[in-house]
Design a protein around this ligand. Structure first.
Ligand SMILES: C[S@@+](CC[C@H](N)C(=O)[O-])C[C@H]1O[C@@H](n2cnc3c(N)ncnc32)[C@H](O)[C@@H]1O
Length: 247
């Protein structure tokens, strides 16, 4: 499947609203992420954390609360910035971060890495704004590691789209060229919804990049499978994405 480059026009106002309604998981569902990020940060950082490609600001809000640090948010899409629940989001992107050299104590990229057109340029720009020895935390669906996602169970075509995303090795190599080493990689669970029926109700085609590449027929068939499964009693929907830490 050919993967067209995704640019920020795909995060215009309707898509930003869909993202907010569909992808915001409750804080209780993210306790494993709180613990995993806390471990990666180590002792609470003294300077601010940068949330790069902060979207509607869920993680920036949670990090402020969880870790008691200032979070600076940078986001290229004006529609995302407008809907952000975190204040003061700056315009910028991974290749143009509007911050001083060595001014942040960690950089967080959550489901952003597959949108970045030039990973080497992004790694150099991140190196510039990060304090020496500080970590980059990448939350992502990596090819070969995301087949168990609920999305793939009902919309199997999404797997081929995610196979076109940058691999762990590609991201590591791009960041290696900017002086970053590998620290850790682990799949971290989150409670995405309390049941399949809540998952189905919240699902929005424009909130998940891989769904945008499906034909209408493929999408409708997947939705029908999902609605059918949701008729049966189901437990919580728990999905895992990876946390890759580079330093
Ligand atoms: C799937 S959303 C994730 C938003 C947020 N990080 C989260 O996890 O809730 C992807 C975000 O990446 C942003 N983005 C796209 N291209 C980018 C780039 N080159 N640099 C930084 N962010 C980018 C989009 O505008 C969008 O807000």
């Amino acid at each position: 499947m050919e993967m067209p480059a995704v640019d920020v026009r795909t995060y215009g106002t309707p898509a930003a609203a869909a993202f907010q309604a569909s992808r915001h998981v409750t804080e209780e569902g993210l306790t494993d992420w709180r613990d995993a990020v806390g471990r990666a940060l180590g002792t609470p950082p003294t300077g601010p954390i940068l949330d790069l490609g902060s979207g509607t600001g869920l993680w920036a809000t949670l990090f402020t609360r969880w870790f008691g640090v200032d979070v600076l948010a940078v986001e290229p899409s004006a529609a995302m910035r407008e809907l952000s629940m975190h204040p003061g989001v700056m315009a910028g992107d991974a290749a143009r971060i509007p911050l001083e050299d060595e001014s942040v104590s960690a950089v967080w990229l959550s489901t952003v890495i597959h949108h970045v057109p030039d990973l080497e340029a992004a790694a150099l720009e991140i190196r510039r704004v990060l304090k020496p020895g500080a970590p980059v935390l990448v939350r992502a669906a990596f090819p070969g590691r995301c087949g168990d996602l609920t999305l793939c169970e009902f919309f199997p075509q999404t797997l081929a789209v995610m196979d076109g995303y940058p691999s762990v090795e590609t991201v590591r190599a791009a960041f290696r060229s900017a002086g970053f080493g590998f620290e850790s990689l682990a799949a971290v669970p989150e409670v995405f919804a309390q049941s399949l029926s809540e998952y189905a109700d919240r699902l929005d085609r424009y909130a998940f990049t891989p769904l945008r590449f499906l034909t209408d027929e493929e999408y409708e068939a997947g939705l029908a499978r999902l609605r059918q499964a949701a008729r049966l009693e189901s437990g919580p929907v728990i999905d895992k994405l990876d946390l890759l830490v580079l330093r």
